[in-house]
Design a protein around this ligand. Structure first.
Ligand SMILES: Cc1ncc(C[n+]2csc(CCOP(=O)(O)OP(=O)(O)O)c2C)c(N)n1
Ligand SMILES: [Mg+2]
Length: 180
Protein backbone atom coordinates (compact mmCIF):
# COMPACT_ATOMS: atom_id res chain seq x y z
CA UNK A 1 0.00 0.00 0.00
CA UNK A 2 1.23 3.49 -0.83
CA UNK A 3 1.66 6.28 1.65
CA UNK A 4 -0.50 9.34 1.01
CA UNK A 5 2.40 11.37 -0.35
CA UNK A 6 3.35 8.54 -2.74
CA UNK A 7 -0.24 8.44 -4.03
CA UNK A 8 -0.27 12.24 -4.47
CA UNK A 9 3.08 12.05 -6.30
CA UNK A 10 1.61 9.56 -8.76
CA UNK A 11 -1.47 11.72 -9.32
CA UNK A 12 0.64 14.82 -9.92
CA UNK A 13 2.69 12.76 -12.38
CA UNK A 14 -0.30 12.24 -14.69
CA UNK A 15 -1.95 15.66 -14.38
CA UNK A 16 -1.92 18.04 -17.33
CA UNK A 17 -4.03 21.18 -17.04
CA UNK A 18 -6.58 19.84 -14.56
CA UNK A 19 -7.73 21.97 -11.67
CA UNK A 20 -6.96 20.44 -8.26
CA UNK A 21 -8.86 21.04 -5.03
CA UNK A 22 -6.99 19.49 -2.12
CA UNK A 23 -8.11 18.48 1.37
CA UNK A 24 -6.77 20.54 4.26
CA UNK A 25 -3.87 19.68 6.50
CA UNK A 26 -1.10 17.33 5.50
CA UNK A 27 -2.59 16.34 2.12
CA UNK A 28 -2.28 19.96 0.96
CA UNK A 29 1.17 20.32 2.52
CA UNK A 30 2.30 17.15 0.78
CA UNK A 31 0.87 18.29 -2.58
CA UNK A 32 2.54 21.70 -2.16
CA UNK A 33 5.89 20.09 -1.37
CA UNK A 34 5.68 17.84 -4.46
CA UNK A 35 4.59 20.61 -6.79
CA UNK A 36 3.04 24.03 -6.39
CA UNK A 37 0.79 25.45 -9.11
CA UNK A 38 -1.79 28.16 -9.61
CA UNK A 39 -4.05 25.26 -10.66
CA UNK A 40 -4.01 24.02 -7.05
CA UNK A 41 -6.51 25.16 -4.46
CA UNK A 42 -5.24 24.26 -1.01
CA UNK A 43 -8.14 24.01 1.40
CA UNK A 44 -7.51 25.70 4.73
CA UNK A 45 -9.54 24.97 7.84
CA UNK A 46 -12.72 23.40 6.51
CA UNK A 47 -13.13 19.64 6.49
CA UNK A 48 -15.68 18.27 4.04
CA UNK A 49 -15.87 21.20 1.64
CA UNK A 50 -13.43 20.12 -1.08
CA UNK A 51 -16.02 18.10 -3.09
CA UNK A 52 -18.52 20.98 -2.87
CA UNK A 53 -15.94 23.47 -4.15
CA UNK A 54 -14.94 20.96 -6.82
CA UNK A 55 -18.57 20.56 -7.86
CA UNK A 56 -19.03 24.30 -8.29
CA UNK A 57 -15.86 24.51 -10.38
CA UNK A 58 -16.85 21.50 -12.52
CA UNK A 59 -20.26 23.00 -13.25
CA UNK A 60 -18.97 26.46 -14.08
CA UNK A 61 -16.19 25.65 -16.56
CA UNK A 62 -15.05 22.85 -18.87
CA UNK A 63 -11.71 21.79 -17.46
CA UNK A 64 -11.49 18.58 -15.48
CA UNK A 65 -11.53 19.10 -11.73
CA UNK A 66 -9.68 16.67 -9.49
CA UNK A 67 -10.59 16.73 -5.81
CA UNK A 68 -8.13 15.06 -3.44
CA UNK A 69 -10.02 14.27 -0.26
CA UNK A 70 -9.68 12.25 2.93
CA UNK A 71 -12.00 9.75 4.57
CA UNK A 72 -12.59 11.93 7.64
CA UNK A 73 -13.50 14.91 5.51
CA UNK A 74 -15.72 12.92 3.14
CA UNK A 75 -17.59 11.54 6.16
CA UNK A 76 -18.05 15.03 7.56
CA UNK A 77 -20.09 16.14 4.54
CA UNK A 78 -21.67 13.16 2.82
CA UNK A 79 -24.47 15.50 1.71
CA UNK A 80 -21.98 17.38 -0.45
CA UNK A 81 -21.14 14.13 -2.16
CA UNK A 82 -24.84 13.39 -2.78
CA UNK A 83 -25.24 16.79 -4.43
CA UNK A 84 -22.19 16.17 -6.63
CA UNK A 85 -23.58 12.77 -7.67
CA UNK A 86 -27.00 14.23 -8.42
CA UNK A 87 -25.55 17.09 -10.49
CA UNK A 88 -23.26 14.52 -12.15
CA UNK A 89 -20.73 16.71 -13.99
CA UNK A 90 -18.66 14.60 -16.39
CA UNK A 91 -15.52 16.60 -15.59
CA UNK A 92 -15.50 15.92 -11.83
CA UNK A 93 -13.09 13.41 -10.31
CA UNK A 94 -13.00 12.77 -6.59
CA UNK A 95 -9.97 10.87 -5.33
CA UNK A 96 -10.42 9.50 -1.84
CA UNK A 97 -7.07 9.00 -0.13
CA UNK A 98 -8.40 6.63 2.51
CA UNK A 99 -6.07 6.06 5.46
CA UNK A 100 -9.04 5.18 7.72
CA UNK A 101 -8.07 7.92 10.13
CA UNK A 102 -7.80 11.65 10.78
CA UNK A 103 -4.20 11.48 9.67
CA UNK A 104 -3.41 15.17 9.91
CA UNK A 105 -4.38 15.42 13.57
CA UNK A 106 -2.83 12.28 15.05
CA UNK A 107 -4.39 9.32 13.21
CA UNK A 108 -7.51 8.88 15.33
CA UNK A 109 -9.75 6.24 13.65
CA UNK A 110 -12.66 7.29 11.43
CA UNK A 111 -15.66 5.08 10.63
CA UNK A 112 -14.13 4.34 7.25
CA UNK A 113 -13.04 1.12 8.98
CA UNK A 114 -16.67 0.08 9.36
CA UNK A 115 -18.21 1.13 6.06
CA UNK A 116 -16.98 1.00 2.49
CA UNK A 117 -16.93 4.54 1.14
CA UNK A 118 -16.60 3.20 -2.42
CA UNK A 119 -19.92 1.39 -1.95
CA UNK A 120 -21.45 4.54 -0.46
CA UNK A 121 -20.33 6.64 -3.46
CA UNK A 122 -21.48 3.93 -5.89
CA UNK A 123 -24.96 3.93 -4.36
CA UNK A 124 -25.12 7.67 -5.00
CA UNK A 125 -24.35 7.20 -8.69
CA UNK A 126 -20.61 7.86 -8.89
CA UNK A 127 -18.51 5.92 -11.38
CA UNK A 128 -16.42 4.16 -8.73
CA UNK A 129 -12.88 2.99 -9.46
CA UNK A 130 -11.23 0.92 -6.77
CA UNK A 131 -7.53 0.45 -6.23
CA UNK A 132 -5.64 -1.76 -3.86
CA UNK A 133 -1.93 -1.68 -4.58
CA UNK A 134 -0.67 0.45 -7.50
CA UNK A 135 -3.36 2.95 -8.57
CA UNK A 136 -3.75 3.68 -12.30
CA UNK A 137 -4.41 7.40 -12.21
CA UNK A 138 -4.19 7.76 -15.99
CA UNK A 139 -7.32 5.62 -16.19
CA UNK A 140 -9.02 7.76 -13.54
CA UNK A 141 -8.56 10.82 -15.78
CA UNK A 142 -9.90 9.05 -18.86
CA UNK A 143 -13.19 7.78 -17.40
CA UNK A 144 -16.48 9.64 -17.64
CA UNK A 145 -17.35 11.52 -14.49
CA UNK A 146 -18.45 11.93 -11.92
CA UNK A 147 -15.67 9.58 -10.88
CA UNK A 148 -14.93 8.43 -7.34
CA UNK A 149 -11.52 6.78 -7.11
CA UNK A 150 -11.06 4.91 -3.84
CA UNK A 151 -7.37 4.70 -2.98
CA UNK A 152 -6.37 3.01 0.28
CA UNK A 153 -3.23 4.61 1.73
CA UNK A 154 -1.10 3.97 4.79
CA UNK A 155 -1.65 6.23 7.81
CA UNK A 156 1.09 8.76 8.52
CA UNK A 157 2.22 12.13 7.27
CA UNK A 158 5.35 13.08 5.36
CA UNK A 159 7.78 15.45 7.06
CA UNK A 160 6.90 18.49 4.97
CA UNK A 161 6.73 22.19 5.94
CA UNK A 162 3.61 24.30 6.16
CA UNK A 163 2.45 26.11 3.03
CA UNK A 164 4.09 29.53 2.96
CA UNK A 165 1.32 31.23 0.99
CA UNK A 166 -1.34 33.44 2.58
CA UNK A 167 -5.00 32.44 2.10
CA UNK A 168 -5.39 35.53 -0.11
CA UNK A 169 -2.49 34.46 -2.34
CA UNK A 170 -3.91 30.97 -2.68
CA UNK A 171 -7.40 32.10 -3.70
CA UNK A 172 -6.41 35.07 -5.87
CA UNK A 173 -3.97 33.24 -8.11
CA UNK A 174 -6.32 30.24 -8.25
CA UNK A 175 -9.27 32.36 -9.37
CA UNK A 176 -7.08 34.08 -11.99
CA UNK A 177 -6.18 30.62 -13.28
CA UNK A 178 -9.79 29.40 -13.35
CA UNK A 179 -11.01 32.54 -15.15
CA UNK A 180 -8.27 32.30 -17.80
C1 LIG B 1 -14.85 20.79 11.27
C2 LIG B 1 -13.43 20.44 11.60
N1 LIG B 1 -13.18 19.54 12.57
C3 LIG B 1 -11.91 19.21 12.88
C4 LIG B 1 -10.86 19.82 12.22
C5 LIG B 1 -9.42 19.45 12.59
N2 LIG B 1 -8.84 18.62 11.53
C6 LIG B 1 -8.05 19.15 10.54
S1 LIG B 1 -7.51 18.01 9.46
C7 LIG B 1 -8.30 16.78 10.28
C8 LIG B 1 -8.22 15.35 9.81
C9 LIG B 1 -8.70 15.16 8.38
O1 LIG B 1 -8.81 13.77 8.13
P1 LIG B 1 -8.98 13.26 6.68
O2 LIG B 1 -9.95 14.09 5.93
O3 LIG B 1 -9.24 11.79 6.72
O4 LIG B 1 -7.56 13.54 5.99
P2 LIG B 1 -6.12 12.88 6.35
O5 LIG B 1 -5.39 13.90 7.15
O6 LIG B 1 -6.36 11.62 7.08
O7 LIG B 1 -5.50 12.63 5.02
C10 LIG B 1 -8.99 17.26 11.41
C11 LIG B 1 -9.76 16.42 12.37
C12 LIG B 1 -11.18 20.77 11.23
N3 LIG B 1 -10.24 21.41 10.54
N4 LIG B 1 -12.47 21.06 10.93
MG1 LIG C 1 -7.94 10.21 6.56
Amino acid sequence: MLTRIEAIERIVGVLDDEIVVCNLGFPSRELYSIKDSSRHFYMLGSMGMAPSIGLGLALSQDRRVVVLDGDGSILMNLGGLVTAAAQAPKNLVIVLLDNRCYGSTGSQCTYSDLIDLGDVAGSMGFNVIRFHEEPDFKRVLQEDGPVFAHVPVKPGNADVPVIDLSPEEIIERFMDEVRS
